[in-house]
Every structure is written in structure tokens, then in C-alpha cells.
Design a protein. Structure first.
Length: 68
């Protein structure tokens, strides 16, 4: 679910796990039942990398893909 941020996990009256998501653009909130999930948390560049001028505008570091 690209573009959706998970806000919380709760259980319904039947003890089923429910994930609550919010669309990062529209702010729409939805609930989805699940048994298992793989969630990538939002991330930011480390401050020491940004302060050193090593990151680009999105927080990534430009590297040579062959030598890293």
C-alpha cells in the first residue's frame, strides 16, 4: 500500500487484528484486517550525514553502484 502510513494496530470484538492507515496525500483513513504484515517505517537521513552535505534532497547518498 504505497502512499499509506500505518497509524495504529487494534483488535476488533472478535480479536482480529486491524491496521489503520492514512493516505499521505489525501489524509483518507481506512481500516484493513490482517494476519501478518511487513511494514517499512518512515525514515529520515541521519543528521550528521545531512550536516556533512553527503545527502541529496531526499536523504539519499549518491554512490557508484559498482564500487559503492
Amino acid at each position: 500500500m504505497f502512499g499509506w502510513e500505518m497509524l495504529e494496530v487494534k483488535k476488533n470484538e472478535h480479536k482480529q487484528k486491524i491496521a489503520v492507515f492514512q493516505n499521505v496525500d489525501t489524509k483518507e483513513v481506512i481500516e484493513k484486517p490482517f494476519n501478518s504484515a511487513c511494514i517499512n517505517p518512515p525514515s529520515k537521513p541521519h543528521k550528521f550525514l545531512s550536516d556533512a552535505g553527503l545527502t541529496n534532497a531526499t536523504g539519499g547518498i549518491d554512490v557508484n553502484k559498482y564500487t559503492l
